[in-house]
Every structure is written in structure tokens, then in C-alpha cells.
Write a protein that binds this ligand. Sequence first.
Ligand code: MGD
Ligand code: MGD
Ligand code: SF4
Ligand code: MO
Length: 726
Amino acid sequence: MTLAPEAGPTTGRELKIVRGACPHDCPDTCAMLYHVVDGKLVDVKGDPDHPMTKGGLCVKLKNFPEHHYQADRVLHPLRRVGPKGAGEFVRITWDEALAEIKQRWTEIIDVYGPQAIMPHAYLGHQGVLNGLTSGDAFFNRLGATVAEKTYCESGSSTAWHMTVGPTGGLDIESMAYSTYIIVWGMNMTSTNLHGWPFLLKARKENGATIVVIDPVRTRTARQADWHIPIRPGTDGALAMGMIHEIIAQGLVDTDYVEKYTVGYEELAERAAKYPPERVEEITGVPADDVRKLAREYATTQPAAIRQGVAIERSRGGGQAIRAITCLPALVGAWRYVGGGTMEMPIWEFPTLFDKICKPEWIPEGTRVVNELELGRALTGELALDPPIKSLFVYNSNPVSQGPEQAKTMAGLMREDLFTVVSEHFITDTARFADLVLPATMQAEQLDIMVTWGHLYISLNQPAIEPPGECVPNSELFRRLAKTMGFTDDYWDRTDEEMLRDFHDWNHPALKGITYDSLKETGWARLNVGLPHERAPHKEGNFPTPSGKCEFKSSLAERGNFVVPVWRSMYDEFQPGEPIDPLPDYVPPLESPDTNPGLAKKYPLNIVSPKPHAFLNSQYGNASDKQEVQGEQRVWIHPDDAAERGIATGDVVKVFNDRGSFTGPAVVADIVIKGVVMANVGHWQNKASGNTVNVITSGEHNTLGKAGVYSDNLVDVAKVEDPAIAS
Ligand SMILES: Nc1nc2c(c(=O)[nH]1)N[C@H]1C(S)=C(S)[C@@H](COP(=O)(O)OP(=O)(O)OC[C@H]3O[C@@H](n4cnc5c(=O)[nH]c(N)nc54)[C@H](O)[C@@H]3O)O[C@H]1N2
Ligand SMILES: Nc1nc2c(c(=O)[nH]1)N[C@H]1C(S)=C(S)[C@@H](COP(=O)(O)OP(=O)(O)OC[C@H]3O[C@@H](n4cnc5c(=O)[nH]c(N)nc54)[C@H](O)[C@@H]3O)O[C@H]1N2
Ligand code: SF4
Ligand SMILES: [Mo]
């Protein structure tokens, strides 16, 4: 550690410890202790008293102080001087930047109207104040195009709402009391590191069996008692097969089903279509394993299912989550502490998203553009009137993390597009900006962190002064509001006043917790029952329209709607296409069954899960993290590699009609035959050019319009001369 504190009696320098919380889009939301000496952040530790964090942070947050002081950090507003995409900028003042924004936006609004301006945000920061909804009030007031933010979790959240309603479900800490645990489509030891010890405790103390369902033998699968490899996008068939078998083997908890569920008969009729042999054909999971999994799951109570977001990443992902979420009610697992399923407990936090987002400011008739279609929107493929003439990006890196990378980049190259990006670094997206605005990092700003992985609320207090001219998103939108002449008192409040206003402090979940108490303690457990006694659906009590677990969903009548992870203005639900009220297997968009022509041309299914050492694309530019993560490698099964003459270390090209990227191959049977894997999050550079999302389609899944990152066919070929690989 280069910044070792020299505080102490011998130096006379004082070590100040400030309570904080990790800013990231990660289910662990760790409680942190900032160590500050002479106004400098010298160390960041996990809070040893926090029941999840237990004193440890992950590899991504190693050297977090240095992250704040990284030499290439954006510290001042910048204006583009080179061609678009070249990343050549000069420093300007905030006044100049704001004046330019005002001038360009006023011209655009005069000619095209405010909907020609589109914001683009995701979860670069997860705070209530600075997170993905921090600009909503401003852009709603402006009358800009409403950006539909479905990068992640909207499929899961929609499916969850339809089945069990906005409940926190099973607490990760209660999983220490489970005896059978299915980790479904989640690489917990990378993506939910602080949740994993509760499973290990269950194994050690209760003899629990841990099952992992994943097409890849991940670091998590390797530690499981049973790894079930599955074809991507076919989880719905496996879950329907389990329902079939639970019924066929007479393992239904009929008392629980009668009292606390609706639609059992219809579900049973639907599940009858999925005998184990058919499930084997679809999923690649042997029929006997389907039978065994169903039997063990139903009969080893309390049984828990930890659902990963990855299940939603193909066309039928939402419906798969519907089917999986029906399982605990079918076998009565909710009766027990440690039984049930966990998707994301965010719904327990009484954050007042309407007060943050001001949906009532959206002018009637304002259009909605989905962020996954950014490339289509910018290139004119999506017929938009008016066209998008200005894009404002914050908390997101769509070139890296969005689909259809080539299209997005082509759109960002448009000379007539005025692009503003608020950032920490010149990312793959910021490279295309006309203006870059400097944003603060977590040790420099105030925020309340709610989370989608546990039941603790935390207050992150600023520990050091912002460097240069960096501002938090809250201040950014205050400045923009003033620049655009908005006089609403929304922007007259300080950050602390906003945070106080954005929560319902009288809500039972916050009983005994106040803003002031959080200043002292840093974090507090919501008042929703303790892990060793919590069984929220022991007697039903599902927050659905019927009050029961809805195998047959009454919300389906509304037509397709989106429940985004961070409840925002879509809380009202936007009715769309009719949807199936019953769970089912919906095959992937790109598979030999649904698109045989394409499958012939591109026979391999790519999955692009999370990098161990980066947080999406964050830290992808840090050399210590790159060292851990390695290059943008491509994992391929030995049979598929042999057919193509590929050996480990060969540079390969991964391609489909949307584009290509290159990287060294790793030939290993950790991926099933027919599947290749490349992690998302690497940054573009001269050596590798495009990154994995160049091959990703901009289609959506059938529930909640989530992205289909696991539903893409490609082929892989050896690059004979890597020097000329594009
Ligand atoms: N280290 C690290 N941690 C992170 C993040 C990060 O970038 N890095 N990102 C955070 C965010 S935003 C999120 S949403 C979570 C996501 O965390 P997870 O839910 O764990 O999601 P992924 O890492 O995308 O994929 C998890 C596993 O699902 C498998 N998988 C892919 N497709 C399918 C499928 O169709 N079916 C099944 N059964 N499995 C499939 C992949 O092989 C992978 O091993 O992680 C969070 N935590
Ligand atoms: N192929 C593939 N693509 C995926 C996924 C996948 O599994 N595979 N996962 C999807 C998922 S689950 C997710 S959640 C998305 C994530 O997509 P993003 O949220 O776009 O991912 P990040 O890489 O975290 O980028 C966020 C950017 O916000 C910036 N930022 C951080 N804090 C602040 C702040 O306080 N203010 C401002 N102005 N900027 C800030 C960071 O520097 C970073 O560049 O990616 C999706 N894309
Ligand atoms: S990224 Fe996740 S695991 Fe790592 S410190 Fe932050 S909250 Fe904890
Ligand atoms: Mo995510």
C-alpha cells in the first residue's frame, strides 16, 4: 500500500475514520470505513461489525484509495478537439461547459422540441441520490425522451412481481439455516461474495447440499456438491420439468398450495407438457437428474433457491424466473426459516422513488425509448420523430455494456449529435463525447445506499474533498436545472435535505432508524425480522393482488409491463403486448430450434458473464485489476476447438452478423459443448478493438424488456495473423 498512514502518536498526525458504503451495483453493498490522514484517503476497510461485510471488501475494491487518485481521472470539464471517438479533449471551465449545453439544447429544442434530447443512465452508482434515477427529475422537467432502463433485472423484477409481488423474499442470511440450496444462474463467489459464506455455514452446520445450475463450471460451481450444466436460455424448461416431477412424484405441499396459491390446476396442466425426457432434449440435463433434483428439492426442507440475474438474459428468461419462483410455494418451502427463494430484497426499502423522479413532470404523450436500443435510435434504424439530436450519458457506459456495440459507436460518430458524458474516466463511451463533465467518487460524496442483496440500509458520508472540479450527480443536475432556468424548489435543497425527503422514515421497516442515527452507526438492519426467525411467507401474505403466490398471474391481464429494479416512474406499469398468465418455457431467439438457418451459420451460443476483478466496466482500466482479470479471453469446449483447429493461446475471432472481437482462446471443458464464454467489462484498446457486446443483439426478453446477453449465436475462428486482426 503506497499510501500507508503515518498517523499516530509518533507523527502527531490524526487518523480520521469516516463511515461509508460501497457505491457499486453489487448485491453485497459493503459497509466501509474510510481512513483519512491530513485530508487524504489512505485506506478503506470493510466494517468488521457489519453482518454481511464482516470486515472484508472484494478484489475490485482493493486499492480503492488509489482509484480516487488515479492519474487519468477526469478532474475538470473537457471539450472535444479531435475527431469524434479519438478521445482528444481540452480543459474548459464549468461556466463554458454549461453555456455550451444551454446553447446547443436551446437550438435543438427550438427546432425539434425537447424530446430530441435523450438521457442515458444505468447503475454506475447505486445511491438513492446519485444513482440511476438521479437525473430523472431534471429530464422529466425538460420534457426529454424518457429512457427506459432495462439493462439488468427488469425481467427478473417483473417476473417476481407477477408471482410473489414486491416482497424481499428469502433473506440471504437466513440461508445459513437451509438444508438444500440451489444457486441458479449465479456465480456467487464472484458476484455475491459476501453472500456465499452463509451457504458454506449451512453446509457445515446443517449438512446442506449446494447445487449450482450453470452452463459453465465456474469458481462457484467447482465448490458445489452438484453442478448441473445447462444450455443457456433453457432454465424455463428445467423449472417446468421440476414442477412436472414434483406433481408426478406426489411431492406437492397440498395444504400450502390450497391456502396460499392461485392457479395450481392451470400450472399442473402446463407442466404436464414437460416430462423429464423432453426437458433433457431442450436443456441437455439428463432426465434422471431432473427427477433427482425435483425429488431432493421437494423433500429436503428448508430448501432455498438463490436466483441470479443471468437467468433473465435470454428471450424466455423472465418466464423461467416465473417458473422458478413458483417452486417454493409448490413444495411449501416458504413455511421454514431458510426456505423460499431470493431474487432481490430491494423491495423492502421504503425509498420514495416518485419523490426522486417526479413522474408528474413528464409531459403527456412523451415517448419512451429503451436504452438497449440506443444504437438503433442513434443510427435512425428506429424511426424516431424527432430524431435524437443530443445524448446525455451518466452512470453508464453503453459502448461497453449495451448491446449492438458497432451500431452504438456508429451513432455516436454522428457529427450532428451533441453528446455530453459525466464520468470518472474517459471510458469507451466518453471517448465519443463533445463534452465530458467530472464526477465525484464515493469517498467524496454523501448518499444513502439501499441494496438488492441484503436488508441493511447504509449512509455513505464524505471523507475527503472532491478533487479538481468534480461534482456529485445531485449537484450536476442542480447546475443543469439552473442553467436551463428551472426555478422549482426541487433543486434548492442540499444533498442531506434531499436524502431526508426521499425516504419514508415513518415506515415500519425503518422503525428505530433515523437519518441522524445512521450518521452515528453508518448502517442499520431494516426492521423486517431477524435472519434466524424470518419466514415472511410462512402463512402466505404475498403482496400480490390476491395476497397469494400467483402461479396464474393476475397482473398479466394488464399486458406486458416493466418493473425496473430501482422502482421509478414505471411503477405505474406501462401496458403493452398481451402476456401469458402462466409460466412456461420460451425458447431463445437464437437457437437451432427457433432459427435453424442462423444456427447453421453461427453454431455456438455465447455467454458473457461478469468479470471477477471488474465491476461491469469499472476498474477495467486499472492495471492491478487487469492483472487479476487477464485479457478478454474466449473459453471454448475441446470438441468445438478441435473442429476449428484452435489451441489454448491462439488468438481467435468471435463473430456474427453484428460484428466481431478477438482474444486468446482457452480450450477447456469448463464450458459445455456448443457454448463459448467471454466476460463483459474489458475496455477497448488497439490490441483487441471491439469487446464482447459487439456480437450482442438489441432484442428484449418477453417479460420486462430485459437484455438478451445470453441469447446470441456466434462462430469462432482462429486468426492466422493476429497482427492484422481487427
Ligand atoms: N465481480 C463482479 N461482481 C458483480 C458484477 C461484476 O461486474 N463483477 N456485476 C454486478 C451486477 S450488475 C449483477 S447484475 C450481478 C450479476 O451476477 P450473476 O447473477 O452471477 O450474473 P452473471 O455473472 O452474468 O452470470 C452468472 C452465471 O450465469 C451463467 N449463465 C449465463 N447464462 C445463463 C443461462 O441462460 N442459464 C443459467 N442457468 N446460467 C447462465 C454464467 O455462465 C455465469 O456463470 O453481479 C454483480 N456483481
Ligand atoms: N454482454 C453483457 N452485457 C451486459 C451484462 C452482461 O452480463 N453481459 N450485464 C448487464 C448488466 S447486469 C448491467 S447492470 C449493465 C451495467 O452497465 P453500466 O451501469 O453502464 O456499467 P458500468 O461499467 O458500471 O458503467 C457505469 C459508468 O458509470 C460511471 N460512474 C460511476 N459512478 C458514477 C457517478 O457517481 N457519477 C457519474 N456521472 N458516473 C459514474 C463509471 O465510471 C462507469 O463508467 O451492463 C449490462 N451489460
Ligand atoms: S463491489 Fe460488492 S463485494 Fe466488492 S466491496 Fe463493493 S459491495 Fe462489497
Ligand atoms: Mo446488473
